[in-house]
Design a protein around this ligand. Structure first.
Ligand code: 13P
Length: 251
């Protein structure tokens, strides 16, 4: 049985002051312990958020990293720095990194391998644009991304890695993919992992859906067979909304 996994992606939101207040409030909430949960925060917030949440079961993740451990890479953060803070996850290949900052699959592949080498859980994001969906190219796009981003990644890593299917047209737009369409793509991804690796890999891999997930639609999405979790932007920015997302089973 795959454990459900609900993760917030704060994106470029939350000052250190706001992040600390959020983390302190989270500590007082009654969050379902049968659900894996975490917050991916801007690099500058990570130290404080991890310090506050270190004795809880709420994991903490980064939103990106470079693949090298150190060196002349102005403005980047490294896996070694994340290890030093005991960070759990790192989001890689988010569509905002791909589209705005022009990260390509070759770079994302290096980051995925580096994260795994440093015992970080990569949350690898994939997904199509509206144009690609409307022209029937969504599945081809996602397959290409996964094959390239996981190139030379060992089968054993499938137990650890999380794939987030995030259709770009559903991110921050209020337009959620229907639970059926989201499940269809997650099923396709699961079968693809089965083809690249084997049946066991396809059974253990955890696949999230992301794109306008909120308390009002989380139950319907999480009910689907191939959706193991959610990667949530806007609705993860308030503790009460994050609590409702994590506690989706109780509703
Ligand atoms: P929203 O939940 O704000 O649509 O963002 C989704 C996302 O990009 C999470 O990584």
């Amino acid at each position: 049985m795959r454990k459900p996994i609900i993760v917030g992606n704060w994106k470029m939101n939350m000052t250190v002051t706001e992040a600390k207040a959020f983390a302190n409030e989270l500590k007082s909430l009654d969050l379902d312990s049968s659900v894996e949960k975490g917050i991916c925060a801007p690099a500058i917030d990570l130290y404080s958020v991890k310090e506050i949440l270190k004795d809880t079961d709420v994991k903490v993740g980064a939103e990106n990293m470079y693949f090298e451990e150190s060196g002349a890479f102005t403005g980047e953060i490294s896996p070694k720095m994340l290890n030093d803070l005991d960070i759990d996850y790192v989001i890689l290949g988010h569509s905002e990194r791909r589209e705005i900052f022009k990260e390509d699959d070759e770079l994302i592949n290096k980051k995925v391998k580096s994260a795994l080498d440093h015992n970080l859980i990569p949350i690898l994001c994939v997904g199509e644009t509206l144009e690609e969906r409307e022209s029937g190219k969504a599945y081809e796009k996602v397959e290409n991304q996964i094959r390239k981003d996981l190139s030379d990644v060992e089968k054993e890593a499938m137990e650890k890695i999380v794939i987030a299917y995030e259709p770009i047209w559903a991110i921050g737009t209020g337009k959620t993919a229907s639970a059926e369409d989201a499940d269809d793509m997650c099923k396709f991804i699961r079968e693809l992992i089965g083809k690249i690796y084997d049946e066991n890999a396809s059974e253990v891999i955890r696949i999230q859906y992301g794109g306008s997930v909120k308390p009002a639609n989380v139950v319907e999405l999480m009910d689907k067979e191939n959706i193991d979790g959610g990667l949530i932007g806007g609705a993860s920015l308030k503790p009460d909304s994050f609590e409702k997302l994590v506690n989706f089973k109780r509703r």
